[in-house]
Design a protein around this ligand. Structure first.
Ligand code: ADP
Length: 558
C-alpha cells in the first residue's frame, strides 16, 4: 500500500518536473534551433547587409556629384561669353586652365555663331598619350555637340530653378581593356549667356587627377564619415572603382584588400561609366552569417547544457527531498514504537511488583533490572532525539575538556557490561596503556560509544561477540567497536551515516531503531576533528572506528 503510494508520489513529482521545466525548456530549445535554421535559409539577413552597402554607394555618388559641381561652378562664373570674340575667348580659356591644372581641356560651344573653341592644358605638348587622348575626346565632343547641345541646354535650363549654375556630366571609357582610360567632361551654361542662346561651357577633368586625388578623397570621406553605420562594424567597408567588363580596380580605397565585391553601383548622375564596388575588409557577408550562426549555436548549446544541468539538479534535489520525507515518516513510526515498547514493559513489571505477589527474591531483582534497562533505553533514545534536534537547529554545543579517554571508555563499558553479557554476548575490551590525555566532550564520546555498542547488540544474530578496542595510531586515537553480526552491504555503508537512514525495509526487519544513532556518531566525531569509519561485510560482521586526533579539536559545526 505504502509502496504504491510512494510510487505514485514519485511519478507525480517526475511528471510535474517534466511538465513545468523539461517541456518548456525543450520547446524553447527546439524553437531556437528552428529559428536559427530559418535564419540560415532566409535571405533577409543578406538583404539587410546589402541595404547597408546600397546606402553607402548612394552616398558615394551623391558626394561625388556635390564635389564635382563645387569644383566646376566657380569656373562657370568666370567663363567667357560667345560674343566676346575668338581671341578673348581663347585667352580666357587658357587662363582658366593655367589656374586649374586639374582640367585636361576647356571649350566653349555656341550654336548661333557655329563656334567651338577648345584649349588644352598647357605644358602637356610633349606628352603624346595625353595629346592623342585629348584630341580624341575633343573630336567626340565636336561630333555630337551640334546634335545634342540643344537638348543639353534645355535640360540645364530646367535645372536652373534649383541650382545656382546647373552642371551636367558626361563620361566614357577608352583605351581598350589593357589600358583603360576614363574620359569625362562637365558642361554648363556660362554665366551671363542670354536665355535664347544654345551655348555650353565645357571642362574635362584630368583622369590622373580623378584617379589619384578626387576619387580617393571621396572614398575616404565616405568611409570615415561619422554617420556611416554598418552592421558588420568590426570589419570596416572597403571600396574600389573599376571599368565595365573588367573587375581589376582602377582606383581603390586605402584599405582595399582584394576579393569579390558584395555590391556594385554604376554612376549615372556624375562620371557615368564608373563602377563603384564595395565589400567588407577581410570578410564576406556569407562568412559573417556563418560566424553569427556558429556563435548563436554555441550560445544555445551552452544554455541548453545549463538548462539540462538545472533540470538534473532539480531532479536530484527533488528525489533527495522525497527520500528524506519518506525516511522522516518511517522515523516517526519507528520512534513511536521504540517509545511504546519500553513504556509498556516498565508498566507491566511495575504493576506486577506493586501487586506484591512475587515469591522469589530473584524475581524482584530481575524485574527491577528490566525496569532499569528499559528506562535506560528510553533515556538513550530521548537523548539521541534531543541531540539530533539540537544539531539540526544548529544549537548543539560541545564541552571540550582534557580527558583520560581510557578511563572514560572503560567506565562507559562497565555500566553496559552486565546487559551485554545478559544477552549472551562474548565481550572483549582492549584498552592500550599508552593513551595520552585527549581533549573531548565526555558525554558526547560516551554516547557515541554506547550507540555503536548498542548497534552491535541489535544487529547480531547467531555469532554473539562484541569487541571494543582503544589504541593509538600515529597522531590519532582509534576507538573500535567490532561485532560478528549481520554486516552491511557495500552500497549502504555510506548511507547508514545519513539521518533517518536504516538498511533494508523497516517493515521487513523488525529490529527497532530511529536511524539517528550513526548520524549522531558521525557529527560528534567530526566536531572533534575526527571521523567515523566502517569496515563491514554482510554476514561477517562490522567494525566501526571513531578516529580522534590527538591535537585539540576544531570547534563544533562539522
Ligand atoms: P538505528 O540503529 O536506530 O536504525 P543507526 O543510525 O544507528 O540507526 O544505524 C543505521 C543503520 O545502519 C541501521 O538501521 C542498520 O541497518 C545499520 N547498522 C548500524 N550498525 C550496524 C551493525 N553493527 N551491524 C549491521 N548493521 C548496522
Amino acid at each position: 500500500m505504502s509502496k504504491k503510494r510512494r510510487l505514485t508520489e514519485r511519478t507525480r513529482a517526475l511528471l510535474t518536473l517534466e511538465l513545468a521545466i523539461v517541456l518548456p525548456a525543450a520547446a524553447l530549445m527546439g524553437f531556437s534551433i528552428w529559428n536559427l535554421k530559418h535564419i540560415q535559409r532566409s535571405e533577409s539577413v543578406q538583404a539587410a547587409f546589402e541595404r547597408d552597402f546600397y546606402h553607402v554607394l548612394q552616398i558615394a555618388e551623391k558626394k561625388s556629384l556635390e564635389k564635382a559641381t563645387d569644383l566646376v561652378t566657380p569656373i562657370g562664373k568666370q567663363f567667357p561669353n560667345p560674343d566676346d570674340g575668338e581671341s578673348k575667348i581663347k585667352t580666357r580659356l587658357a587662363q582658366i586652365l593655367s589656374e586649374h591644372p586639374e582640367y585636361r581641356f576647356a571649350a566653349l560651344y555656341d550654336k548661333k555663331n557655329n563656334l567651338l573653341l577648345t584649349r588644352l592644358q598647357p605644358g602637356h605638348e610633349q606628352d603624346q598619350v595625353f595629346c592623342a587622348l585629348t584630341q580624341e575626346a575633343i573630336k567626340t565632343v565636336a561630333y555630337w555637340l551640334p546634335l545634342e547641345a540643344s537638348k543639353m541646354v534645355t535640360n540645364l535650363r530646367m535645372e536652373a530653378g534649383k541650382e545656382e549654375l546647373p552642371v551636367g556630366f558626361e563620361g566614357w571609357w577608352t583605351g581598350g581593356e589593357n589600358q583603360p582610360m576614363y574620359v569625362n567632361f562637365a558642361f554648363f551654361i556660362p554665366a551671363g549667356v542670354p536665355k535664347d542662346r544654345v551655348t555650353l561651357g565645357i571642362v574635362a577633368l584630368d583622369d590622373e587627377y580623378l584617379r589619384e586625388s578626387f576619387l580617393p578623397a571621396m572614398m575616404k570621406d565616405v568611409l570615415t564619415s561619422k554617420s556611416l553605420v554598418m552592421r558588420g562594424d568590426v570589419h570596416p567597408p572597403v571600396m574600389m572603382i573599376h571599368p565595365p567588363r573588367d573587375s581589376t580596380p582602377w582606383v581603390a580605397s586605402a584599405n582595399w584588400d582584394g576579393g569579390k565585391p558584395e555590391l556594385e553601383r554604376t554612376f549615372t548622375d556624375v562620371f557615368p561609366g564608373l563602377h563603384l564596388a564595395i565589400k567588407y575588409q577581410g570578410t564576406t557577408i556569407a562568412d559573417m552569417g556563418a560566424r553569427f550562426l556558429r556563435y548563436n549555436y554555441m550560445v544555445l548549446g551552452a544554455l541548453s547544457l545549463l538548462m539540462i544541468g538545472g533540470v538534473w539538479l532539480t531532479y536530484r534535489n527533488l528525489s533527495r527531498e522525497m527520500t528524506l520525507a519518506r525516511l522522516k515518516s518511517d522515523f516517526i513510526a519507528n520512534v513511536s514504537h521504540e517509545l511504546r515498547t519500553p513504556l509498556a514493559l516498565i508498566r507491566l513489571y511495575a504493576e506486577t511488583l506493586e501487586l506484591g505477589r512475587l515469591m522469589a527474591k530473584e524475581k524482584y531483582q530481575e524485574y527491577f533490572r528490566i525496569i532499569r534497562e528499559e528506562s535506560e533505553r528510553l533515556t538513550a533514545l530521548i537523548n539521541n532525539i534531543l541531540d539530533f534536534s539540537r544539531i539540526e537547529a544548529g544549537r548543539k554545543e560541545y564541552e571540550f575538556k582534557e580527558t583520560n579517554l581510557a578511563e572514560l571508555v572503560h567506565s562507559t563499558l562497565e555500566s553496559y557490561r552486565f546487559q551485554i553479557q545478559q544477552n549472551g554476548f562474548a565481550f572483549e575490551e582492549n584498552i592500550s596503556g599508552d593513551i595520552p590525555p585527549v581533549v573531548v566532550d565526555r558525554e558526547a564520546i560516551a554516547r557515541s560509544l554506547l550507540n555503536l555498542v548498542n548497534n552491535a547488540l541489535k544487529y547480531s544474530k547467531d555469532q554473539k561477540y562484541i569487541g571494543v578496542s582503544l589504541y593509538r595510531s600515529n597522531t590519532r586515537v582509534n576507538l573500535e567497536v567490532q561485532d560478528r553480526g549481520m554486516g552491511i552491504p557495500k552500497n549502504e555503508q555510506e548511507k547508514i551515516f545519513e539521518k533517518f537512514y536504516r538498511c533494508g525495509d523497516a517493515l521487513v526487519h523488525n529490529i527497532k531503531g530511529s536511524g539517528l544513532g550513526l548520524s549522531l556518531v558521525r557529527h560528534i566525531a567530526r566536531a572533534h576533528g575526527g571521523d567515523v569509519l566502517v569496515d563491514s561485510a554482510p554476514e561477517k560482521g562490522s567494525k566501526f572506528t571513531i578516529a580522534l586526533p590527538l591535537d585539540s579539536p576544531t570547534q563544533p559545526g562539522a
